[in-house]
Design a protein around this ligand. Structure first.
Ligand SMILES: [Zn+2]
Length: 207
């Protein structure tokens, strides 16, 4: 795996998040309040960002655009109203996905609409990454997510550091184009990843 120097990566991160901020409108925030009013977003964010999120990683390399927000929408597949439980980040197929926050791999899957996916738990948060390249293999020694062309192998139960490459953008599961579908939960409740990225951006540009 090639290593991107930290300084260059931080600059890419800032550009990527600034692009996202431009595309996140107030309508989106209004939408969130209706969907997840049980989550005290403001208090939650203030409490969490002070220490940890300063070091959070933007979740995808070669980010192009923010293609679908968190919340209710018409399905791009059949037009029916549905709850979109994550944020879609478009990037060219094969772009590396990076772990948002250090934690432990608690789920590896390749047989749902989410496609080849990994879920990581970090304290009271869980974060999932969908539609990745590769597949899951079950062996007597453990469960593995394998993407040979990308040089990726994950093991269920493994600890994984912030910013580590954990997969590549693919087309597995239910998707109309290459993108990362990124899902965040706090104590089991969905949280808008766009809000988290906004707070990260504020913290990281202030420091
Ligand atoms: Zn999505």
């Amino acid at each position: 795996m090639t290593h991107i120097p930290a300084i260059r990566w931080n600059r890419l991160l800032t550009i990527a998040i600034a692009t996202i901020l431009l595309s996140l409108g107030s309508n989106h925030l209004q939408n969130l309040r209706g969907v997840a009013s049980h989550v005290p977003e403001k208090a939650l964010l203030a409490q969490e960002v002070s220490t940890i999120w300063e070091k959070g990683s933007f979740p995808v390399e070669n980010f192009q655009s923010y293609t679908s927000p968190f919340g209710y929408r018409a399905s791009p597949i059949d037009g029916r109203r549905q709850f979109h439980n994550g944020l879609d980040l478009a990037a060219p197929r094969g772009s590396y996905i990076r772990n948002w926050w250090g934690g432990r791999i608690t789920k590896l899957s390749d047989n749902t609409a989410c496609g080849t996916s990994v879920t990581i738990e970090s304290g009271s948060w869980s974060h999932s990454y969908c539609h990745m390249e590769g597949h899951v293999e079950h062996h007597s020694s453990g469960v593995y997510l394998i993407d040979r062309d990308g040089g990726i192998q994950l093991t269920l139960g493994q600890d994984i550091s912030v910013g580590a490459r954990i997969g590549r953008v693919g087309m597995t599961g239910r998707t109309t184009g290459p993108h990362l579908h990124w899902v965040l939960k706090h104590n089991g409740n969905y949280v808008d990843p766009g809000l988290v990225l906004k707070e990260m951006f504020k913290r990281q540009t202030a420091s």
